[in-house]
Design a binder for this molecule. Structure first.
Ligand SMILES: Nc1ncnc2c1ncn2[C@@H]1O[C@H](COP(=O)(O)OP(=O)(O)OP(=O)(O)O)[C@@H](O)[C@H]1O
Ligand SMILES: [Mg+2]
Length: 390
């Protein structure tokens, strides 16, 4: 058996944190008091492989006190960089600043496959995010943090270690469940036509490191009801990069450029027109037709999502499955691939599923995990918060 994490310090013995539970009315039990006199800043924290999003509010308040989206990237100044080249002669830059000054930095990605990959960079990145929060001295910071579905114990411990001393208490909750909670529109719960995503849906969150699928059926999902695939935007980038290299061996592109091309042109299904892009190779403009390469890379992701979706739909009870098929929701940056919703719907229908309906979470896809995490933070009971030691 694994030794309990030294970071758990609930009273005398470490305690297993129970996720928030729905009460009989389909809502979470709400903790009305934190039992302390200190101001408590509640955070919903989506620590993404690609981008991190934080939504914060003081306990009980409705206004957002923090609202950040930062690329999950740390850049350390290269040896010998000329003085005053980097802003404030910083030894480390983060997020957009790291991207902007990347030529003079050694870049480190704190997360890979949705979990911490570089512990030192993760700690520095978390410290940076903490510095962006304007918190009065003496306040307590409590964060609900998203994790990939079924994240392992070691990954959870690493995450707690990275935020120890920066946040006072944490709860870790699977990201697709938080996405469903964030997507839920409470103002429409009484509307008879509104299908509550928390009641019966399949959430598919396609990120950079992982694609997380989760059956959400009115209670906290079991391990069986969640699938985390290490196949998401980063793998699509790698497939696209390889395919471009094979076709145009004399045109080496940077991984930033490949991602940019993907984000602008990615599609599944039939291309309406050829995708011909202009890129700079050795200072000269070259036109490359990357239609087939994009189709190959993006359809590989679609295939993975289709297989995993079928697996989870198969777990739904006969009474629930009809409604579930009306509520298949794509979110995360990867959901922006053109045609992904209609192609997934077409594949499911061709497989014999009864009138499946795949919807896109839409423009605010980046925020749903953090929004859901903030809702969960507001509704968590006192005994669900884990203390993290410095
Ligand atoms: N328009 C687009 N078309 C295709 N892919 C896109 C588009 N916009 C963003 N992406 C991809 O989405 C991925 C990032 O998604 P997201 O921001 O949801 O990831 P993340 O939450 O940081 O990662 P994870 O959840 O795996 O930790 C990247 O691979 C990015 O290139
Ligand atoms: Mg994500």
């Amino acid at each position: 058996m694994n030794a309990p994490s030294p970071l758990l310090t609930a009273t005398s013995t470490p305690r297993q944190v129970r996720p928030p539970e729905l009460n009989g009315k389909g809502r979470f039990d709400i903790c009305s008091s934190t039992g302390t006199e200190r101001a408590v800043l509640l955070l919903g924290f989506d620590w993404g492989t690609n981008k991190s999003c934080i939504k914060g509010a003081y306990g009980g308040g409705t206004d957002l006190a923090a609202d950040l989206i930062v690329p999950t990237l740390v850049g350390y100044a290269k040896d010998g960089v000329v003085e005053n080249l980097l802003p404030d002669n910083a030894s480390a830059l983060f997020g957009e600043d790291a991207i902007r000054h990347r030529l003079h930095l050694n870049l480190a990605r704190p997360m890979m496959d949705g979990v911490i990959h570089d512990a030192a960079a993760a700690r520095d990145f978390a410290r940076h995010l903490r510095s962006l929060l304007d918190v009065p001295a003496g306040s307590e910071i409590r964060a609900v943090i998203g994790m990939p579905a079924n994240a392992e114990v070691a990954a959870r411990d690493q995450l707690r270690e990275a935020v120890a001393g920066l946040f006072d208490r944490v709860i870790l909750i699977p990201e697709p469940f938080l996405a469903a909670l964030g997507f839920r529109d409470e103002s429409r719960l009484r509307d008879r036509d509104y299908v509550d995503p928390i009641r019966n849906s399949l959430f598919i969150d396609i990120g950079g490191g992982t694609t997380d699928l989760c059956l959400v059926q009115g209670y906290f999902p079991t391990a069986k009801e969640q699938i985390s695939l290490r196949f998401a935007g980063d793998r699509v980038d790698a497939l696209l990069h390889d395919a471009i290299r094979r076709t145009y061996p004399d045109c080496e592109l940077t991984s930033f450029k490949v991602r940019e091309l993907k984000e602008r042109h990615a599609f599944v299904g039939t291309a309406s027109t050829a995708v011909v892009v202009s890129v700079l190779v050795n200072g000269k403009v070259r036109k490359l037709d990357i239609t087939e390469q994009l189709a190959h890379a993006c359809s590989a992701l679609l295939g993975e999502v289709f297989t995993a979706a079928k697996q989870l739909i198969g777990l739904s009870s006969p009474d629930n499955v009809e409604q579930l098929l009306q509520n298949l929701i794509l979110t995360g940056g990867g959901s922006r691939i053109r045609g992904l919703d209609t192609e997934l719907q077409r594949l499911l229908a061709a497989e014999g599923y009864e009138q499946p309906r795949v919807q896109l979470a839409g423009e605010r896809h980046r925020e749903f995990v953090a929004l859901g995490a903030l809702k969960a933070a507001r509704q968590a009971r006192e005994n669900q918060w884990q203390q993290v030691l410095k």
